[in-house]
Design a protein around this ligand. Structure first.
Ligand code: SDX
Length: 414
């Protein structure tokens, strides 16, 4: 896998060079409550919790999990190891990793009834994220520990879901096309297992490594909407399955994880590289958001896109149709960053190139966001568990701007 390693090293070197002049991170210490900061619409600028799990430095374009640079993790780690790191706070010893992988394997069977539930819904007309949300909710009904809201019990649910969400994604991908789910293989890694669950074929080593890197890159990302949603639900001492169901629902939206799917539709709508500039001019006139661009926190290039972009280039180079798709994306990146980037600091985000990577692996567009969920489950659960350790129910306030002394008007007088 030397070529993937070299590609990640080159992306990391560019990132470090380009951002070396940027100021040091503003927020790394513990927060002294009450926090005195301005809060904009969409809670922009609000601080919701202390965390040791991960850090996004938007001005430098850094992404750090538990102190480790995501470039280093994607070069050296595996999704299993990264998930352990997020959940436990340290890289595992070989014995710890073996025990974690053994536990994941022990959970790698789905109850047959969950497949039955998927079969009974109009699966080819249901968005895979909606199917996944229902399936995870149903899994909770089969777990007698689901309502035990201790850190220990919920950690076990977290590991179970890290093992089972890839299997659910694979089953949904197959059932949509009238194919039966396949039985998982005990020797597979999570990345191999996800690919096998979708395709029913043994993945080659390169494809499995690319998927592993994609899963590492998507595993955690600060207080994003779906993570915050998961934490809010969990903070009422609801149950982890319900919290994750809410996280999946949040991730589905096109302003969040659902953007990876929309990017492909955009590229298909544009049609070929030569149409990009005209398409973009019209999109600006119509004030359309260009999917896969912009970010609440990054005002620099998203480090995940620095890896996924070159990966997309590599994976599409041999196929003329895929190459044209990639070239359309590159032209669109140029148009958007030159048209909006300098003024509004808008760059590609994680969702811009991930879909091209998945498409090059033969994965259908509607499954892109479920793959995001199969990775983000680690970050969702790690953060919900960290917060549960020192829980206080989330309960912000709204500024009331309506009237206060309106007299009740009887129905006959309205
Ligand atoms: C993810 O939060 C996370 O960390 C999320 C994520 C993760 O790992 O969890 O990184 C994953 O969700 C990535 C984002 C995927 N979404 C998209 O690609 C959809 C397109 N992008 C946007 O709609 C937008 O950039 C957001 C939703 C990502 C961020 O929204 P904000 O912070 O509320 O920013 P905004 O919409 O208020 O934009 C600020 C300005 C606006 O212009 P003005 O009104 O100030 O003149 O930038 C413009 C926007 O119009 N702008 C865009 C744009 N994104 C921002 N203009 C055109 N196309 C875009 N994509």
């Amino acid at each position: 896998m030397d070529e993937i390693r070299e590609l990640i090293q080159a992306a990391a070197a560019t990132a470090r060079k380009e951002t070396s002049e940027e100021p040091e991170p503003a927020f790394t210490g513990s927060v002294a409550y009450p926090v005195d900061c301005s809060v904009d619409r969409g809670l922009a600028g609000a601080i919701a919790a202390d965390t040791k799990i991960g850090y996004v430095n938007g001005s430098k374009g850094w992404l750090i999990y538990r102190g480790y640079d995501v470039f280093d993790l994607s070069e050296h780690s595996t999704f299993e190891e990264t998930s352990f790191l997020l959940l436990n706070g340290h890289l595992p010893t070989s014995a710890e990793l073996a025990a974690f992988e053994e536990k994941l394997r022990s959970y790698s069977q789905l109850p047959p009834s969950v497949i039955q539930v998927l079969r009974e819904m109009p699966i080819n007309e249901t968005h895979p994220m909606s199917a996944l949300r229902t399936a995870v909710s149903f899994l909770g009904n089969w777990d007698p520990t689901a309502d035990t809201t201790t850190v220990e019990a919920e950690t076990e649910v977290a590991i179970r879901l890290i093992a089972q969400i890839p299997l659910l994604v694979g089953a949904i991908a197959r059932l949509r096309h009238g194919k039966d789910p396949v039985d998982p293989k005990p020797n597979h890694t999570l990345a191999q297992g996800l690919l096998y669950a979708m395709n029913g074929e043994e993945p080659d080593a390169k494809t499995a490594r690319v998927m592993d890197v994609a899963l590492i890159l998507h595993a955690d990302h600060g207080m994003n909407a779906s993570t915050f949603t998961t934490m809010v639900v969990n903070s009422s001492l609801s149950d982890m399955y319900g919290s994750i169901v809410a996280g999946i629902a949040s991730l589905k939206g096109p302003l969040h994880g659902g953007a990876n799917e929309q990017v492909l539709y955009t590229l298909e709508e544009i049609g070929n590289p030569d149409n990009v500039e005209a398409w973009f001019t019209k999109a600006r006139e119509q004030k359309r958001k260009v999917m896969g661009f912009g970010h609440r926190v990054y005002k620099a290039y998203d480090p995940r896109a620095r890896i996924l972009g070159p990966l997309a280039a590599k994976l599409t180079s041999a196929d003329p149709e895929m190459k044209a798709l990639y070239e359309t994306a590159i032209r669109l990146e140029k148009a958007v960053t030159e048209g909006l980037g300098t003024e509004k600091k808008i760059f590609p985000n994680v969702d811009f190139y991930s879909g091209i990577v998945y498409r090059a692996m033969g994965i259908e567009t509607a499954i892109f966001t479920p793959i995001f969920a199969a990775s983000r489950i680690s970050g969702w659960t790690a953060r919900a568990l960290e917060y549960l350790g020192d829980n206080r129910i989330f309960r912000p306030r709204a500024v009331y701007t309506g009237p206060t002394s309106v007299d009740y008007v009887p129905m006959s007088e309205r």
